[in-house]
Design a protein around this ligand. Structure first.
Ligand code: NAP
Length: 318
């Protein structure tokens, strides 16, 4: 096996940490892209020790910050001649928290979960296209099930500070919107990157056990719900193995623009208004996604918003 070079964002915790360990154990070169190096250092050591693979590096990356993404991409360009796999795993889901803005003044959930992965993938495109089998995987969530209700749409009106001081602001709703936008971005990016041979897919995560630290990030009322959910959630290693298979297995080599479930099956659009049975299928079996995912107007809007917001950073692309 030729070792692959893989970047995993948010690799100091949860699924990202488990994925870093899985790839390292299989002998690949792993770049753990984390926002806090001091906090992440012990986890970096843990991955090296567990895997007995010294080819694991820790690099600073805050995916909510354009400056940080630019700096990270430049560093990667200096050190590597290509990248085989990029896993956009990091996400902001601090339910119950106040409305916050990223360093560039973008609502923090959208900045971290949508615009950051867009910019990072764009800036790494050249290095990805240098691989003979480049694959990008975006971490999705079954929270998009809310869009099975045809009245629900992504709210784009709160992205630039409009809801500061609004007590009714909801990180949960922003998270729901961001994961839908990320899936739409996946489809569009797959199309845009086809000529470069870069495959872009998404995985729907139905739940993975959250660490004590992750539970602390959500406000107390949400923490109670999360603790109960945690009883039923799969260990992080389960999802890490899914990441691994989708990014390395021969059977997915030519797949692009797909949304996979926890059984690595391709999910298909649900019919609008298909009712309670669709909700049950989505909740239990996760075989369908809301038809809204394929709404061309919204897909283009997500893409244009990302392009508009990152214009300056994109102009520095080599
Ligand atoms: N666990 C679930 O039940 C579940 C369900 C559906 C989807 N997912 C998705 O699965 C992925 C992993 O989640 P998880 O459960 O493993 O959560 P987690 O343990 O909290 O991990 C999230 C990671 O993202 C990092 N992160 C957050 N903001 C960042 C930023 N601006 N820059 C760089 N890194 C940042 C965190 O770093 P810090 O440690 O520094 O905060 C952490 O390493 C996420 O995309 C999440 O949306 C999870």
């Amino acid at each position: 096996m030729t070792p692959k070079t893989v970047i995993i964002t948010g690799a100091n915790s949860g699924i990202g940490l488990a994925a870093a360990t899985t790839f390292a154990e299989k002998g690949h070169n792993v770049i753990m892209a984390c926002r806090n190096l001091t906090k992440s250092h012990p986890f970096h050591q843990e991955v090296i020790n567990k895997s007995n693979n010294p080819s694991v590096s820790l690099k600073e990356l805050d995916v909510s910050s354009f400056k940080s993404i630019e700096k990270f991409s430049k560093e990667i360009e200096r050190e590597f001649d290509h990248i085989d796999i990029l896993i956009n795993n990091a996400a902001y889901f601090n339910h119950g928290s106040d409305y916050k803005l990223s360093p560039e003044g973008i609502e923090i959930t959208f900045a971290t979960n949508v615009v950051g992965p867009f910019l990072l993938t764009q800036l790494l495109k050249k290095l990805l296209s240098g691989s003979d089998d480049p694959r990008v995987l975006n971490a999705g969530s079954n929270i998009i099930k809310h869009f099975l209700n045809p009245k629900k749409e992504i709210d784009f009106s709160n992205l630039r500070g409009e809801y500061v001081n609004d007590p009714n602001h909801s990180v949960y709703i922003n998270y729901r919107n961001s994961k839908m936008a990320l899936l739409m971005l996946t489809l569009k990016m797959a199309e845009e990157f086809k000529n470069d041979g870069i495959k872009v897919n998404s995985i729907q995560i139905n739940g993975a056990k959250m660490s004590k630290e992750t539970l602390q990030k959500v406000k107390p009322a949400w923490r109670i719900i999360a603790r109960i959910q945690n009883l039923f959630f799969r260990p992080t290693e389960y999802t890490a193995k899914l990441y691994y298979d989708l990014c390395t297995a021969e059977e997915f080599k030519n797949q692009t623009g797909k949304h996979f479930n926890h059984r690595k099956e391709e999910m298909v659009p649900a019919k609008v208004n298909s009712g309670i049975m669709t909700d049950i299928k989505q909740g239990v079996g996760a075989t369908v996604f809301p038809a809204y995912v394929l709404d061309k107007g919204t897909i283009d809007k997500v893409w244009q918003i990302c392009e508009g917001l990152t214009e300056l950073s994109m102009s520095k692309k080599s």
